[in-house]
Structure formats: C-alpha cells, structure tokens
Design a protein around this ligand. Structure first.
Ligand code: NAD
Length: 374
C-alpha cells in the first residue's frame, strides 16, 4: 500500500500532514510512503529528512496517480479533488458539515474520504484527535499573540524603576484551547480568570492556578453526553454578554474560545463590552472561523475597535507549524494504521471510529449528517 503526503496549497497554511517521524512509523508498519517535493518545507521539514526517513519524493501528479491513501491537512480544492485517483482514500480535515459540496465532489470522483474532524472523541481515539491537538497549539498561540500586541508585560515586576502590575487575562471557554491559553498566560505571569458554561471544568481551571469565575447565571443542561457544550437560550446569552463585558473591562487580555458543535459560535462579548475595555487591551477570538465570540471580530484580520486590538486569526496552529504538524502527523498516522490490516486498507464499518469519520465511499456521501446538508 502506498501512502502519499501532499504539500498544502491554501494560502497561509504552513503545516504538513505527515512529518518524517511519521514516515518512519508507516514504513516500519510495511507501507510505502511518497512525499510531494517541498511538502514539509514551510513547517521546517526538509525533503532530505523525508528521504532519510524512507519516503520517496515525487511531484503531485505522480504521487496522486500512485497513492492508495493521501494525507492532507486542509480540505482539497477542486483541482486537488480532480487530481486524486478514483478508488484512493483521503484522510484530511474536510469541514464536511460546513462545506458538504466538497464531500459530494469527492464522492463523484470515487474517493473514499475520511474527515478527521468526525473522529469520535472517545478515549480509544484520543491519539487520533486532531481537534484537541490543534486546539492545544491555538490556545498557546493566542496568548503569545496577545502578549506581543499588549503595550504592557505580563508578569508582576518589582524593580528600582517602580512596580509593574501583572497583566490580567480573562479566558472565555475552558475547553482544550482555553485550558492551554490559561496555562500559557499563567506561565507568562498574568493573573488569570476563566469562565465556561460547563461547571465540570471549574476544577481543571483551578488546577492551573487560575480563578474560575462563578457567574450568577443559570445555564440550562450545560453539556451533552459527549462532554460538549449545549446551546443556551438567547436570554441567557444576553445576560452572559453583560457579565462578560464587566469582566472584560477589568482585563488587559480576553481570549475567547467558546463553541457549541454544529452551530455559529455564541456571541459573548458585544460592542459595548469592547468599548468598556481599556485602550490598548487585546481580544483574541479563537472562534473567529465559526463567526466569532466577539462582535468586533473580523475573521482573518486584526482590527482596532474603540482602542482595543481584536485578533480574528482563523488559522492559529499554522503559525507554529512544526509542532502543530508533528501532533497532526501523530494523529493522522494513528488513524491511518487503525484502518490498515495486513498492509491494505480494511474498512470495518462496525467500528465506531471508522464509521464515524467515513464521509464518502463507492461514489456516495455515506455520512448521514453531511448528506442531510446537501
Ligand atoms: P469546543 O471547542 O467545542 O468548545 C470550547 C469550550 O467553549 C467548551 O469548553 C465549551 O463548554 C465552551 N463554551 C460553549 N459555550 C459557552 C458559553 N456560552 N460560555 C462559555 N463557554 C462556552 O470544545 P473542546 O475544547 O473541543 O472540548 C470540550 C470538551 O469535550 C472537553 O473539555 C472534554 O470534556 C471533551 N473532549 C473529550 C475528548 C475525549 O474524551 N477524547 C477529547 C476532546 C474533548
């Protein structure tokens, strides 16, 4: 079986789906690996490292014509879909619920496509969880960006030139990205507070040395059986926005990460909330790609509103491409090997991980949720 890794073509994307360390693991498992020339260059992995790990370098057309399975980070564009060989498999982030038409094109092309976002978040699949690994990088990066933009330092400093107060950071949403943002801000010396609708995370927030903000807000059933947040009433969100605004006014940095699966990100910091913040303060909105938690967010851009810098970067992991790729690659390799038996792809549709992530097969979109959006 031949596994290929393509160079990413989306502007600004610096990650690669398979790093040389992952090549070694696949080769050891008896698979043949081909890498597109320059596949890892933007992430800091030279072609020679791929060759040394056992991969053969090839151009895109030859690779796609030969590969039985192709690994990618970003969803393929139309040209990439057309280049894939009918009958081959694709493993990538496919945004299938947001962009179901791409799934339809992959089906039409006869590609067996697996969407890494759809890997069920069960304990057994933790090593395949791209959402968690990339959210970890995003949470870290968000705080580094904020520290760079903020006109003050994070730590409390007592010096001969006077005392500098510690920066105050407020993290809204304490899931995987939020917890990493809290840990990073703490390490830099900020005083950190965090809020989440899921009370279950309070202990995790405290264990990182941050304060869990208890708001006088009665969240309805805060989480589903998968541990994800559920959506709340508009009345709840209106009250939450007021309380978030009050907290934001006392903070130098606000990092928002709140998401409810399958929905637009809830609006948690409105224009008044931003207006109430001190000039020079920074908001980093990790939900920008899903519509944003902050009313002033412009997805993909950094803007200044009411004197506050609002960062709406939609691909934070790509800014730390080496580590983000290393983690992605580990996830993708673990996933691929889960599908391989005796050196070939073997799809066991009784298996929750395989069935859950499979989007197209035999010319059809087979995932119900994706099909219902076509
Ligand atoms: P996510 O990216 O979907 O959401 C981020 C956070 O936003 C969540 O903590 C959510 O509760 C919070 N949020 C939603 N609405 C909010 C609001 N109005 N105000 C404040 N916060 C709000 O979630 P995630 O980080 O991908 O994962 C969340 C949880 O899923 C984890 O903490 C864990 O319990 C579970 N999970 C399980 C596994 C596993 O078992 N393999 C892996 C990953 C995540």
């Amino acid at each position: 079986m031949i596994v290929g890794v393509l160079r990413e073509t989306l502007p600004g994307e610096r990650r690669v789906a398979l790093v040389p360390e992952g090549v070694k693991v696949l080769v050891k498992a008896g698979l043949e690996v081909r890498a597109e020339t320059g596949a890892g260059a933007a992430a800091g992995f030279a072609d020679g490292e791929y060759e040394a790990a056992g991969a053969r370098l090839e151009d895109r057309a030859a690779l796609c014509a030969a590969a039985d399975a192709v690994l990618k980070v970003q969803p393929p564009d139309d040209a990439e879909v057309a280049a894939l060989r009918p009958g081959s498999a694709l493993v990538a982030l496919l945004r299938p619920l947001d962009e179901p038409q791409r799934a339809a094109r992959l089906a039409e092309r006869g590609v067996t496509a697996f969407s890494l976002e759809l890997v069920p978040r069960i304990t057994r699949a933790q090593a395949m969880d791209v959402l968690s690994s990339q959210a970890t990088v995003a949470g870290y990066r968000a705080v580094i960006l904020a520290a760079e933009r903020l006109p003050k330092m994070f730590p409390l400093l007592t010096t001969a030139a006077g005392t500098l107060a510690a920066a105050r950071a407020f993290v809204i949403g304490a899931g995987v990205a939020g917890l990493q943002a809290i840990a990073t801000a703490k390490r830099l010396g900020a005083v950190v507070e965090a809020y989440d609708t899921r009370p279950a995370v309070a202990e995790q927030v405290r264990s990182l040395g941050a304060k869990f903000v208890a708001l006088e807000l009665e969240a309805g059933a805060a989480e589903d059986k998968g541990g994800y947040a559920t959506s709340q009433s508009e009345e709840f969100y209106a009250r939450q926005r007021k309380l978030m605004g009050e907290r934001a006014a006392r903070s130098d940095v606000v990092v928002t990460t709140a998401l409810v699966p399958g929905q637009r990100a809830p609006l948690l910091l409105d224009e008044d909330g931003v207006r109430g913040m001190r000039a020079g303060s920074v908001v980093v909105d990790l939900a920008a790609a899903n519509g944003g938690n902050c009313a002033c967010t412009v997805p993909g851009e950094t803007v200044v509103r009411h004197g506050v810098t609002v960062v709406g970067d939609t691909n934070l992991p790509s800014a730390i491409p080496r580590d983000a790729s290393q983690m992605f690659s580990k996830n993708a390799v673990t996933f691929l090997l889960h599908l391989v038996k005796d050196g070939a792809l073997h799809l066991d549709l009784e298996d929750e991980i395989t069935r859950g992530s499979l989007v197209t097969r035999d010319g059809q979109v087979v995932n119900e949720a994706v099909r219902s959006r076509l």
